[in-house]
Write a protein of this length. Structure first.
Length: 258
């Protein structure tokens, strides 16, 4: 079931999203060669708690039988697409690209959820990798521009896939964006490629969705490992990921995580 949010609920999500965007920006400023990702994760958690929020991802379980996710952020490096464990003892090195994916419930008690991510280069990175990051970010922007009542999810899918593939990159198909607000993940799913199931769903005022293109230099196939959190590209090529939480409003859209 797709949950329609009230104007008041969207205002709360926007307030939390503004706080979350500021936290992510501060974390990214500290992401330099030699910095341990575990320290960045702890920094993010501390700031979320100081701002009367609760990390969305830490201890998250998709099913009751699942082990709880260990970190505040998903920190995914190079060929890792998403869901990298932020508690790992890993120091960033020059040339890495890192996806910082962060979510928060705000306020802490009975609050609402926001979700966002950005991929950044550490120190100097090759031109093709800069292009990957820029194209992924632009594909998100183009997807967002399709959001208005009456349009369908396929309009978002088409904008993202077409732009990424025009630049000879591929969009991951095994992972999607999603509804967000009352829970970390809600219906509908928002794929980043043209398909005929979720694509048929019409966008309506009050929907709040997280759009998150995941774009690879190589093929779109990914691998899941039973005893590891990170999802990686099957061909070990580099991957980038950007995400915003967006509300469908009467005359179009509002980005809530800025």
């Amino acid at each position: 079931m797709i949950i329609i949010k009230t104007d008041n609920e969207i205002n709360i999500i926007r307030e939390g999203g503004k706080i979350l965007a500021n936290i992510l920006d501060q974390v990214i400023k500290k992401a330099k060669p030699g910095v341990n990702i575990r320290d960045l994760d702890q920094m993010a958690e501390k700031m979320i708690l100081q701002n009367n929020g609760v990390p969305s991802f830490k201890n998250y379980k998709q099913k009751k039988s699942d082990p709880p996710f260990p970190s505040t952020m998903c920190i995914s490096i190079n060929e890792e697409v998403v869901h990298g464990d932020g508690t790992r003892d890993i120091k960033l090195v020059e040339g890495d690209i890192v996806d910082f994916d962060i979510g928060m419930r705000y306020p802490a008690n009975n609050g609402l959820y926001t979700d966002m991510s950005k991929t950044v280069g550490i120190g100097k990175i090759p031109e093709q990798v800069k292009k990957l990051i820029e194209v992924t970010k632009k594909s998100l922007e183009l997807g967002i521009k399709q959001i208005k009542p009456g349009n369908k999810i396929v309009d978002i899918e088409r904008a993202i896939q077409n732009y990424a593939e025009q630049h000879n990159f591929s969009v991951v198909r095994s992972l999607t964006g999603h509804g967000v607000g009352k829970a970390v993940h809600e219906e509908p799913m928002i794929p980043n490629y043209i398909e005929n199931h979720f694509g048929k769903i019409e966008l309506k005022k009050g929907m709040v969705i997280a759009i998150e293109p995941m774009v690879n230099i190589g093929g779109y196939e990914v691998k899941f490992f039973p005893n590891e959190w990170a999802v990686v590209t099957a061909d070990k090529s580099l991957s980038a990921h950007f995400e915003h939480t967006i509300a469908v409003v009467e005359n179009g859209y509002q980005i809530l995580t800025i």
